[in-house]
Design a protein around this ligand. Structure first.
Ligand code: NAG
Ligand code: NAG
Ligand code: NAG
Ligand code: NAG
Ligand code: NAG
Ligand code: NAG
Length: 457
């Protein structure tokens, strides 16, 4: 077991290998790398999920991969990660081998059925101006999926508060790319209208992404309805999306300025729905290994403890961004991170924070190491993890439970676990699903603010 000094040396060495890169804040995308291990819901059965989640987040925000992560990616142990990461733009049609296709087809049935079933069983009846859908975690909480209806066709989608395009798998895609997915068929929708000449393209440094044409249709999310929502129909998607058969597209919920439709950027579902919502809000109630909900137009106070604390959102970058310049580990003293900013991103699996926070946190965890094999901090799965409190907007310290920071085992033996908290070498911290599991979050588009309260434990 390394001493704290040793740990810090390791972390410093690792940090020295980071290559600084300005975050690309105008081109957002998801870059899924999908787990193919059966029974993924348990810790100990998600080998590689942590490394993949970390790589995905770095790629999403255009941060260069640290050397350790590149090694991890190339190691035999993370073979499927390496495959997914070698995808390039040339690969956008997403053809894959037959074996993989069969696995995908299998996975899809289960995933679609469960998310859809949960939406009907656990959604409460929407009153006028509200909508509620179940948010179901998939693949060991790597992503949270929820059903939406487009022109009457139900699609299970990934809701992403870190991007602003609503794009779907659909019948224009090459057959190989459609395999295993639910594909929207515009010809079977009586309300679909093609938007002549409009195209979209979400791409990223590594070339993963989606591109295609655009139409409008009626979108209903748990009872909240928009009759002329821009639906972006992919004609090309990167292999990582093809492989993620649980998800059939993204519902972007960041600010509309990030939308990529050309020649005219389109509004997000939330922006379109807002005037008819009972309240100009949507909320994310994401749970560890269990079903939560996305709600539009209402704040359901039974979903959190106490009252919400509100923070002003800085919309300059198009994200749900707030100041976050203090933190505390366990019962320790509050420490400062000068000028810290963070975004609340449901579409990122992990919590990526300033290295000072990550260092201070793991210095309190016995056996925590910056593990080059998997490219991030790991610790013994039975480690006692302290809570982490982070500043949200200056007047609220959001507690992320230690238990939620234990993300997933790195291999099938279940001895070593990957940290849900990892460092990001960027001015913008990304508070992803690890934070959401501990905190109920309300996104208020009426006064551009974000409200948080701890989940009931
Ligand atoms: C769906 O909801 C039921 C009841 O809430 C739950 O038991 C089940 O595990 C959920 N399914 C998934 C895939 O989360
Ligand atoms: C929703 O409303 C219907 C009809 O009013 C009722 O039968 C059903 O039990 C309600 N479901 C929930 C979850 O409240
Ligand atoms: C925004 O609105 C909420 C609820 O409507 C209110 O409680 C909060 O104080 C407002 N926040 C800001 C930053 O204005
Ligand atoms: C908002 O964010 C932008 C970009 O990060 C920054 O330049 C600006 O100073 C911020 N505004 C406030 C009021 O913090
Ligand atoms: C680093 O991760 C590997 C899994 O790839 C694990 O076997 C090993 O025990 C970890 N090292 C430490 C010191 O925890
Ligand atoms: C709600 O918060 C209070 C005060 O922080 C705490 O004592 C209580 O245990 C919490 N209740 C639940 C159900 O989590």
């Amino acid at each position: 077991m390394p001493s704290i000094a040793h740990l810090q040396t390791l972390l410093l060495l690792a940090l020295a290998t980071f290559v600084l890169a300005a975050p690309r804040q105008t081109q957002q995308k998801r870059s899924f790398v999908v787990e193919r291990i059966p029974n993924p819901a348990f810790k100990g059965r998600t080998p590689g999920a942590g490394t993949r989640a970390l790589i995905k987040a770095y790629r999403k925000y255009g941060v260069a991969l640290p050397e350790g992560l590149v090694d991890a990616m190339n190691s035999a142990n993370a073979g499927s990660t390496a495959n997914a990461l070698t995808n390039s733009l040339a690969d956008l049609t997403g053809a894959t081998d037959d074996k993989a296709k069969k696995e995908k087809a299998k996975g899809n049935k289960a995933g679609t059925a469960s998310a859809a079933a949960n939406s009907t069983t656990s959604a409460t009846n929407a009153t006028a101006g509200t909508g509620v859908v179940a948010a179901t975690p998939e693949q060991g909480d790597v992503e949270y999926l929820a059903p939406i209806s487009i022109g009457g066709q139900t699609m299970v989608m990934d809701f992403d508060s870190g991007s602003s395009d609503l794009w779907v798998f659909n019948t224009q895609l090459a057959t190989a790319s459609q395999t295993g997915h639910t594909n929207f068929n515009p010809q079977k929708s009586t309300s679909f209208k093609l938007m002549q000449g409009a195209t979209f393209s979400i791409s990223y440094g590594d070339g993963s992404g989606a591109a295609g044409n655009v139409g409008t249709d009626t979108v209903n999310i748990g009872g909240a309805t928009v009759t002329s929502q821009a639906i972006e129909l992919a004609t090309a998607v990167s292999t990582s999306f093809v492989q993620d058969t649980q998800s059939n597209g993204l519902v972007g919920l960041a600010f509309s300025k990030l939308n990529t439709v050309k020649p005219t950027a389109q509004k997000t579902f939330f922006d379109n729905a807002m005037p008819s919502l009972a309240m100009p809000v949507f909320t994310a109630d994401l749970r560890k290994a269990s079903v939560g909900a996305y709600t539009f137009g209402a704040i359901d106070s039974t979903r959190f403890n106490g009252s919400l604390s509100w923070a002003a959102v800085n919309t300059t970058n198009g994200f749900w961004q707030f100041s976050s310049s203090k933190f505390a580990v366990g019962t320790g003293a509050t420490m400062t991170v000068a000028g810290g900013q963070a975004i609340a991103d449901t579409g990122t699996t992990l919590m990526l924070a300033n290295a000072a926070i990550v260092n201070a946190y793991y210095s309190q965890v016995t056996g925590a190491v910056n593990n080059a094999t998997v490219g991030g901090v790991t610790f013994p799965c039975n480690a006692n993890l302290p809570d982490l409190a982070v500043d949200v907007g200056g007047n609220y310290m959001a507690t992320v439970r230690g238990d939620d920071i234990n993300f997933a085992a790195v291999d099938a033996t279940g001895q070593t676990c990957f940290g849900g908290l990892q460092a990001i070498q960027s001015d913008l911290q990304i508070y992803g699903d690890i934070m959401f599991k501990s905190q109920f979050v309300a996104f208020n588009g009426g006064n551009n603010s974000i409200g948080m309260a701890a989940h009931q434990s």
